[in-house]
Design a protein around this ligand. Structure first.
Ligand code: TXA
Ligand code: MG
Length: 332
C-alpha cells in the first residue's frame, strides 16, 4: 500500500519556484507550466513519486511518461545514446515542443518508461520551469496535468479544477502559449518517425530532417505506447462534420460548433471560433480552452469542423479525431 495514497493538501498556487522545488525534494508531486500544456511533475529518479503521478492521474502503467530536462547536456543524464539526427533536432527545436524517444540510461526507473528501452525526453520552453529544473538538478517526469483521457490543461485554473487538495503546489506560469502537447519523434536506424503530432509542425520538421515517417498509432492498446485512439476528449460527445453537413442535419437542441475561423448564427447553436484570422497557432492555443468551456456549458453535443491540413492544424485535427472516438469512461 502506498503510504501517500489519498494524502490531502491545501494546494497553493503561485510563482514561487523555490517552494515548488522544496516539495519536489520531499518527493511530492507539483504541477508545472510548459509552453505546451501543464504537467504533473515529480523527480524522475524517485520511483515512489513516479507511482504517485500515475495514481493521481488514474493513468495505466503501460502508458509511459515524458522526462523534462534543463538543457541538452542534462538530457545525457537520462539518455544513453544520442544519434546525429536527434542532436540536429535538439539544436533546431530545444527548448521547445519537441519530445525525442531515445535509448534510456538504467538510472531512469522502468516505471517511467513502462518497461520500454527508450525514454521520452524534452526541454520545455518555459522560463519558470527551466528555473525549477536548474534549481532541483534532477529531471522531472511529467505527464499532462489532467485525469487520464481528458483534455489537457492550459492554465493553472484548469489544473486546480482537477487536483485542488490532492497536490501541494501549482506553479502558475500563465496560459500556455502553444496550447497543444509536444510533437513526439522516435528514431530507428538513424531515421526519424513522428509518433504524435504536436506543437512543432511537419513543415518545420521537414526543413531540418529528411525522410520523416508518420507512425501515428491508433490502437486502443498500442504496441508501442504513445497514442490511444480515444484521448484528449471532452465529456460532451463530439462529431467531426463540415459546416454544411451540420446545418443540413441540425434538428434542434443546444449544440456547440467548433469552427476554424468563420462564425454563423443559428438559434440553439453557439459557435466557438478558434482563430478569427485563420491562424493555425492561435487555433491550437485556443482548442483545449474551448473544449473545457463547452464541457462546462451544458451542451448536448459538439460538432467540430475539420481544420485545413496545414501546420499546427494537423495536430488539431488529430486531437479532434481522438476526441470523437467514444471513450471507455471507466478509465477516466
Ligand atoms: O507537451 C507535452 O508533451 C506535455 C508537457 C507536460 O510536456 N506532456 C504530455 O505528456 O503530453 P503525456 O504523458 O500526456 O503524453 C506523453 C505521451 C504519451 O502518449 C506516452 O505514451 C508517450 O508520450 N510516451 C512516453 N514515453 C514513451 C516511449 N518511451 N515510447 C513511446 N511513447 C512514449
Ligand atoms: Mg496527456
Amino acid at each position: 500500500m502506498n503510504p501517500k495514497s489519498n494524502k490531502t493538501f491545501i494546494t497553493a498556487c503561485g510563482t514561487d519556484v523555490s517552494a515548488a522545488a522544496d516539495f519536489l525534494f520531499q518527493g511530492d508531486v507539483v504541477a508545472i507550466p510548459t509552453e505546451t500544456v501543464y504537467g504533473l511533475a515529480c523527480n524522475a529518479f524517485d520511483e515512489h513519486a513516479v507511482s504517485e503521478v500515475f495514481r493521481l492521474k488514474n493513468r495505466p502503467f503501460f502508458d509511459p511518461l515524458i522526462v523534462h530536462v534543463a538543457s541538452m547536456d542534462r538530457a545525457r543524464d537520462v539518455v544513453s545514446e544520442l544519434p546525429d539526427v536527434a542532436q540536429k533536432l535538439m539544436d533546431a527545436f530545444w527548448p521547445g515542443p519537441l519530445t525525442l524517444l531515445l535509448p534510456k540510461k538504467s538510472a531512469v526507473p522502468d516505471l517511467v518508461t513502462s518497461g520500454l528501452g527508450t525514454v521520452a525526453v524534452r526541454m520545455p520552453a518555459h522560463e519558470l520551469t527551466l528555473e525549477l529544473l536548474n534549481s532541483v538538478k534532477f529531471p522531472l517526469a511529467a505527464p499532462s496535468a489532467n485525469p487520464f483521457g481528458y483534455v489537457s490543461p492550459t492554465t493553472a485554473d484548469h489544473v486546480m479544477s482537477h487536483f485542488n487538495g490532492r497536490i501541494p503546489y501549482v506553479l502558475d506560469g500563465g496560459a500556455c502559449n502553444v496550447g497543444i502537447e509536444s510533437t513526439i519523434i522516435g528514431i530507428e536506424n538513424g531515421k526519424p518517425s513522428v509518433f504524435r503530432l504536436g506543437g512543432i509542425s511537419l513543415e518545420s520538421l521537414n526543413k531540418v530532417v529528411t525522410g520523416l515517417q508518420l507512425e501515428i498509432l491508433q490502437d486502443k492498446r498500442p504496441a508501442a505506447p504513445g497514442m490511444l485512439k480515444s484521448h484528449y476528449a471532452p465529456r460532451t460527445p463530439l462529431t467531426i462534420e463540415s459546416k454544411t453537413d451540420f446545418l443540413n442535419g441540425y434538428k434542434g437542441g443546444k449544440v456547440a460548433f467548433i469552427s476554424f475561423c468563420d462564425s454563423f448564427e443559428l438559434e440553439g447553436v453557439d459557435v466557438f471560433v478558434l482563430s478569427t484570422s485563420g491562424d493555425a497557432a492561435e487555433a491550437a492555443r485556443n482548442l483545449f480552452k474551448v473544449m473545457r468551456q463547452i464541457d462546462l456549458g451544458g451542451y448536448e453535443r459538439i460538432s467540430a469542423e475539420r481544420m485545413p491540413d496545414i501546420g499546427l492544424c494537423r495536430a488539431i485535427n488529430d486531437r479532434l479525431q481522438r476526441a470523437s472516438v467514444p471513450a471507455d469512461h471507466s478509465n477516466q
